[in-house]
Design a protein around this ligand. Structure first.
Ligand code: BGC
Length: 290
């Protein structure tokens, strides 16, 4: 069983070891009600999906995996310092080590690598475009986290003079290219902040909407360019709700990568859509337990 904790919704489900989705569900996160309420909701969703001996949990931010604690979550501040694993295990009546916590973008990468658009890729960076920008890095077929916090491409600085980010820096990819940032930039440009409308207008004609989404894509690409230079990763999988606008972001993304990367021939760069949609995170979280 896997659960994916987001700013607006908590999604979960059960999947068999050979990848068949057995059950799934979703409830509002209501994070403003505080961490105790969030963990109550996670437990209720897990119970509703049926008792399982082990559970994987995807959570945004930097985590202490050994202690099962959220250290710092720019978009879910109420969870900072909260002993999520132990509190959840207690409510479910299971041993704390049976609950594995992992970053939300990392579990999305695991899910997509197992059953989705990253299947068979040796090296791939999964990017989730939503309230924040998450990164999950697969190297040599395995999730890579360095000493724990690796893959956080959303907090790569692309414009040091840019807007302040929830992480404390300025001009991060997240504050320029997340769904939240795209809405802010649209309003600043006098456009609709409805991202579905914005993407539709960008698709329909060369106008200010397309210019804006190209600029948003370019800022994301600038962050990815650094990844290309450093790691020579050539496959990028774009997911998250705002990832559905990939067709209108992709030109800007490619430009940004070209502008900010160096190294061997990049002809074979691939920028692909994620294929598991909102299920990627919980499926990857579940995968950690089988
Ligand atoms: C957090 C990441 C998370 C991403 C998407 C970022 O602000 O730092 O850990 O993956 O948001 O939720």
């Amino acid at each position: 069983m896997g659960i994916d904790v987001g700013g607006t919704a908590i999604k979960g489900g059960a999947v068999s070891a050979d990848g068949e989705v057995l059950d799934k569900g979703e409830i509002p996160a209501a994070v403003d009600e505080g961490p105790e309420a969030v963990v109550d909701r996670i437990a209720a969703l897990a119970r509703g999906l049926g008792a399982r001996a082990a559970l994987g949990l995807g959570v945004p931010g930097l985590l202490d995996r050994d202690e099962g604690v959220v250290l710092s979550s720019p978009n879910l501040r109420p969870l900072d310092g909260f002993p999520l694993r132990d509190e959840l295990a207690r409510r479910l009546g299971i041993a704390p080590p049976a609950v594995r916590i992992e970053n939300d973008a990392n579990v999305a990468a695991i899910g997509e690598h197992w059953l989705g658009g990253a299947r068979g890729e040796d090296h791939v960076l999964m990017i989730t475009l939503g309230t924040g920008v998450g990164g999950g890095l697969i190297l040599d077929g395995h999730l890579f986290v360095g000493d724990g916090g690796g893959g956080e491409v959303g907090h790569t600085v692309v414009d040091p003079a840019g807007p302040p980010c929830g992480c404390g820096q300025r001009g991060c990819v997240e504050v320029l290219a997340s769904a939240t940032a795209a809405r802010r930039r649209a309003l600043e440009a006098g456009l609709s902040d409805d991202l579905i409308e914005l993407a539709a207008a960008a698709r329909a004609a060369q106008g200010p909407e397309r210019t804006l989404l190209e600029a948003v894509g370019r800022d994301l690409g600038r962050g990815l360019g650094t990844v290309v230079t450093l790691l020579d990763v050539r496959c990028f999988l774009i997911g998250g709700g705002f990832g559905r606008a990939l067709d209108v972001l992709i030109g800007g993304i490619a430009e940004g990568i070209a502008e900010r990367s160096t190294g061997p021939d990049r002809e074979d760069l691939r920028i692909l859509p994620a294929t598991l949609g909102p299920d990627a995170g919980w499926i990857g979280a579940a995968r950690m337990t089988c």
